[in-house]
Design a protein around this ligand. Sequence first.
Ligand code: GLY
Length: 560
Amino acid sequence: MIFTAYFFSATSVFITTFFSFSFYFTPHSYAVPFESQKIMITGPSQLAVESGVQTFKNGGNIVDAAVSTALVLAVTSPYFAALGGGGFALVHIDSQSEVLDFREHAPAKTHPQYYIQAASPKASRLGGKAIGVPGIPYGLWELHRKYGKLKWHKLFNSALKYSKKGFRVSGEWYKHTSKNIEKMSPASKKHLLISQAALPKPGQIQTQKALFKALKLFRKKGPKAFYEGRVAEDLVSSISAAGGEMSLEDLKNYRPKWRKPLYENFAGYKLMLMPPPSSGGLVIGAALNLTQRLQLKKTEARSLNEYHLLAEIMKQSFSKRHLLGDPAFHINPISEFTSDDSRKKFLKKISSTKAFIVPSSMPIPQESPETTHFSVMDSKGNALAMTLTLNGNYGSKVISKKYGIALNNQMDDFTTRPGQPNMFGLIQGKGNEVQAGKRPLSSMSPTLVLKNNKAVMSLGAPGGPRIINGVFQVLYRTLVQDLNMDEAIQQPRIHHQYLPNVLFYEKNKFTPETLNSLMKKGHKLKEIHGVAIVNGIRLNKKEFLEGAFDHRGEGYVSGY
Ligand code: GLY
């Protein structure tokens, strides 16, 4: 008994010291928008954001800071940022702009009929067949290889510390984990429990001992430690036990891809947008351009007429999304979104008095805040926006047996069953059919805004298609209406993705009169909790970095 009491008190002394140290080593504020001068990071987890800021303080650049942030997210937020997922990063550094695509690709055994032939209609969402070849480890390595400044191993300090010694789980961790754990096998579950059957509750300590071993190997050997050898063998056998067919060759052949960003000139700024295989940049570019053609800024901010026109703009900008796919396999009709002709055609379908009716009869999609995003900016005009995802929370619900790596269900972002909506209610096209080695179409929209070739804003959001409209509305509110980053992020938002013909509005944020008037204009309305969880940073008029996170989810901002 005495020994036990001593053990607990020693543990709590350790924990108190450990956490007070990690909570207070950089100046931060709960006031929003938060301002700083040299560096700012805003993202979903305090520990991850602080790790990035500390890495910068240790002499790193924005890329080092981002890699260290992402590594901690893999530990603290495995439901959407585990190493078994994928993502995109937009980077503007030393006046160069690039996009890194480290999205998952389809294993060699898959083909267009793969999910049509599968025994379970849920095969693209749950279990081994849902898993695409993960991209996050190679993506972080590649980003650092090309642009990092500190030595690779220096980026792992916090991730190793939190996986080995533990971190306090958040309310969000508990919510997502308790919701998904029942769908997991005992081998997956064991990585999340603190004792035989108990999940840690908010504020309790969780370690990730198996993941700690994988991180140590990754620190020592880089991507080879994940895509070959013991970790790769663990992934392949865990996926196979869950009914999937990913091979060691699939993992060994994975490479991230550098891409050219999409650019859109808007309101005196140059927007740097995510190109295919994301649909985000093309839809956002078209939507912002339509606000100019409609002279939306003359319409009173947050009025009924403004929300009506925003809904009509979203509808038209989304209407061609189904034509897109991975550019390595499909010729994307980019001009359908970007040409003057196409945009004039969109404009013709927008009326200020009545809603354009999209012919549809399909189920109303659910979208919870899957995926995550963080933004980084420094005072020299360098910026990075990174969105990471497992697709659904905890993806396929498979966590690898030996190394505790949660694996995605990104295969559901393909056109798995033509004509049928995916998890996000998106009807997808032929260009996005399943093919070995192909990357599924995404909605992730990390975005940078440039002026005089310096970054003046970095933002993005988690979710699915609602990301696109979340980012679009925040860009409009900051760049046109000149709201500060916090005001812009907290404004009530709407979402329309063309199909189904439903205008989603946020609960408790619109008056009954506005909703009635929208219905009278012909909108079919549906109440939802939130349209994406945006976070972002901008350079404000005082030339300070100004950042905020969204009250719709957990978030944190820090810098100095
Ligand atoms: N899996 C979410 C997206 O990429 O859109």
